[in-house]
Ligand binder design. Structure first.
Ligand code: 13P
Ligand code: SF4
Length: 303
């Protein structure tokens, strides 16, 4: 059955000149059939330069939306239209306006995990792999970082010369990881290095040996001489980590954190959208025009 689905996906991909993009948090089978698997930044760059007619985006809605904004002439399909990121909604246009009134020299820095409407109110987008670099490069002293408080506070530590105003958004999946859990894992695996995503709480980052995006964590493990790692991020990264490093061991805690929205992407619904063309992402022309500005600025500043 699985082989038939995979073969049919391959056939339809060729017939429709489609490309499949998957985030590292998608389930193993979906990562297995994707043409490109990566972190949010890598996938945004791939979406921008792809010459396929159809992009099937196995991620959550802000990713499909960003792909469409970067490629308005392409068809972007989501295997499941309900796959959303809770954090993407955790900021408000009214609060942004208020901050702009309060600080004359304000740059609104918007984590890509945000709705297109929030991007429209922002000066530049960032992802977890380029946020520090981009904030450093901005001429503004005052930065309002939305929506994620944890990535924002990580950036604030790395760029002390700026005044970074935090918003109160968060990722419920990364927020569920505690420093106490990390300490427990460390007792069980004293030789392991602790690798964390910057969406984790400050107290978790404080007990980590390395902090980076999903792709940066994967790169770090590839280069490391260590053999054991305690990984503080969503469980989907285990697929690539194990595939690339069969000689290394990974520990995600007793209950590996899982983003259920990312897991809504399945082989069955990838096949279905390729067959039917259903679940097309639509973004209004007006929103595309406004949200493209911070997205393109990100691509430019992250070079
Ligand atoms: P990265 O893809 O930048 O590692 O971010 C993780 C994430 O939460 C995506 O939803
Ligand atoms: Fe959003 Fe968190 Fe899921 Fe990433 S892991 S998509 S930030 S809810």
């Amino acid at each position: 059955m699985m082989k038939n689905i995979t073969e049919e996906i391959e056939r339809l991909k060729k017939e429709k000149n489609a490309v499949i993009l998957a985030h590292y948090y998608a389930c193993d089978e979906v990562q297995g059939i994707a043409d490109y698997v990566g972190d949010s930044f890598y996938l945004a760059k791939i979406a921008k330069k792809s010459d396929a007619d159809v992009i099937v985006f196995c991620g959550v809605s802000f990713m499909g939306e960003s792909a469409k904004i970067l490629n308005p002439e392409k068809t972007v399909l989501m295997p499941d239209m309900t796959a959303d990121c809770a954090m993407a909604h955790m900021a408000s246009a009214e609060k942004i306006d208020e901050m702009r009134r309060r600080y004359e020299d304000l740059a609104v820095v918007c984590y890509i995990n945000s709705t297109a409407k929030l991007k429209c109110c922002s000066d530049v987008c960032v992802t977890s792999s380029n946020a520090v670099k981009i904030v450093k490069a901005l001429p503004n002293k005052n930065i309002y970082f939305i929506p994620d408080q944890n990535l924002g506070s990580f950036v604030a530590e790395q760029v002390p010369e700026k005044n970074i105003i935090l918003n109160d958004g968060y990722c419920p999946i990364h927020m569920s990881i505690t420093a106490e859990q990390v300490r427990q894992e460390k007792k069980l695996h004293p030789k392991a290095l602790v690798l964390s995503h910057p969406e984790c709480k400050k107290e978790v980052l404080a007990v980590s040996d390395y902090i980076g995006s999903t792709a940066e964590i994967i790169d770090y493990v590839r280069e490391s001489k260590y053999k054991e790692f305690i990984v503080c991020t969503e469980c989907g990264v285990a697929y690539e980590l194990k595939k690339e490093n069969p000689d290394k061991e990974f520990f995600f805690g007793r209950k590996c954190p899982s983003c259920l929205d990312m897991k809504l992407n399945t082989l069955e619904n990838v096949l279905k959208v390729l067959q039917t063309g259903e679940n097309e992402v639509h973004v209004s022309e007006e929103i595309i025009k406004e949200a493209l500005v911070p997205l393109e600025r990100m691509l430019e500043l992250a070079q």
